[in-house]
Design a protein around this ligand. Structure first.
Ligand code: GUN
Ligand code: FE
Length: 432
């Protein structure tokens, strides 16, 4: 058998803190052992208990100054916006027209798309993100280039071609029919190929006609397990525009609902300005929200109401939303999430943050039987966090009293430098 083991402190979530409380939501092994067989997790526990049970020749890598955790799951990101991160001074609608659309126009060229996809994946992996739900552009080749790049590393990734047939430059639009047809071809070619999945991806309500949304809903109904990925209620001007464009809708989510786009595999980015009925429908349909704090602050969109989502039992994951977001780092995304919740006079416990960026993300994506924690049988997607990555981390973590405090410090002052190594399906895909 192909056993390999890693010895270090190990932490992972096993439940949602809102269901079981903080203490019962995670497992922590101060001197732990993670045993991998091929691409799956074979055993997890205390090193003292497990080491004696391993065959003598099993390789063991020992990291006395590290914490092993599950790979991060980014539930909303745009790979074609990699090179326009940090674009200055605008809110959503002008940001799209000024910076985003011209950048996305470049992805008609497959060589350009592949070049960006390779650099994008490199950024994800060096930040410890092993799975993401990813926007392409309107161009079919953008998604082909992305999936081909993912296949090289055997990553579990979800992507889709943007559908957009109005209120955008002509060079970035499809039609209801070509959007449907090209998406279908991509599903047939890529969905469930290895560890890849497809997401039907209407950009957001303002850039699709009724006809396009209706065909997107039809396509979703034609497959059991494809995803639907879009934006929802991010910005006040956007919300007012949606009311103008779809006067028959009772609220923003209703536009998607009327076109049968709510499902257990539907993920809506942002969801900031929602009414109670919208939370209720998201819950009823098993849809999820991706909370994108760095983007919501940077584009000035608003503060996500995690308490409302929890009250209505809506699945929530964490997303970077690069290039509206300002960092590929899920640690830095947790840092900003904490502050967004602080500004609403609540607290975000570090175990909850860890949950949102691992098991919670996996649940939002209906992948919790495969990824999201280090349970035996799960795919071996994990990271090694270096407690001595920087002088400040080293001195600060030396004073931390327990794993909760250590995690909180890591997600407050940590970033890509803290990711010593990233493993996907048991293989090292990044080493610092
Ligand atoms: N809404 C529609 N398109 C986009 C996009 O590219 N980024 C963000 N943050 N919101 C959007
Ligand atoms: Fe986005």
């Amino acid at each position: 058998s192909h056993l390999k083991a890693w010895r270090a402190a190990i932490v992972h979530c096993i439940a949602d803190p809102k269901d079981v409380g903080i203490e019962a939501a995670y497992e922590y092994f101060e001197d732990g052992l993670l045993v991998i067989q091929d691409d799956k997790i074979h055993a997890l526990g205390n090193a003292k208990d497990l080491l004696s049970k391993l065959p003598d020749n099993t390789p063991v890598e020992h990291y006395p100054d590290a914490i092993i955790a599950p790979g991060f799951i980014d539930t909303h990101i745009h790979y074609p916006q990699t090179d326009m991160i940090g674009s200055y001074g605008e809110q959503l609608l002008t940001w799209l027209n000024t910076y985003t659309f011209p950048e996305e126009g470049k992805f008609c060229d497959k060589d350009h798309a592949r070049n960006v996809a390779d650099r994008f994946l490199n950024e994800l992996l060096r930040n410890g993100t092993t799975t993401a739900l990813v926007f392409g552009t309107v161009h079919k080749v953008s998604v082909e280039a992305f999936f081909e790049a993912c296949e090289v590393h055997n990553l579990r990734m979800i992507c889709g071609k943007v559908m957009m047939d109005r209120n955008a430059p002509e060079y970035l639009t499809d039609t209801p029919e070509t959007g449907y047809q090209e998406s279908k071809e991509l599903i047939e070619a890529w969905h469930n190929k290895g560890r890849l999945h497809y997401a039907i991806t209407p950009r957001f309500a303002p850039t699709s006609s009724d006809e396009q949304l209706q065909l997107a809903g039809k396509l979703l109904s034609e497959y059991d397990d494809v995803y639907m990925h879009t934006h929802l209620s991010e910005n006040k001007d956007e919300c007012a525009w949606v009311q103008d464009l779809f006067p028959a809708s009772t609220h923003y989510l209703d536009v998607y609902d009327q076109h049968k786009l709510l499902s257990q595999r539907s993920v809506f980015a942002h969801g900031i300005h929602l009414c109670d009925n919208e939370y209720h429908r998201l819950h009823e349909t098993g849809s999820a929200i991706s909370f994108c704090p760095t983007s919501n602050l940077f584009i000035g969109s608003g503060l996500f109401k995690l308490n409302k989502a929890e009250e209505y039992k809506v699945n929530v994951g964490l997303g970077t939303d690069v290039g509206g977001g300002t960092s590929f780092s899920m640690l830095q995304t947790m840092n900003e999430a904490y502050k967004v919740i602080q500004l609403q006079n609540e607290n975000l416990n570090p175990i909850k943050s860890l949950y949102l960026s691992t098991l919670g993300g996996a649940r939002a994506l209906r992948l919790e039987d495969k990824i999201g924690n280090l349970a035996v049988g799960s795919e071996a997607d994990f990271i090694i966090l270096d407690k001595k990555a920087t002088p400040l981390l080293s001195s600060r973590l030396a004073l931390s009293k327990n794993i909760e405090e250590s995690l909180f410090v890591l997600m407050t002052i940590g970033d890509d430098r803290a990711i010593q190594a990233t493993y996907s399906a048991g293989k090292c895909v990044h080493q610092r």
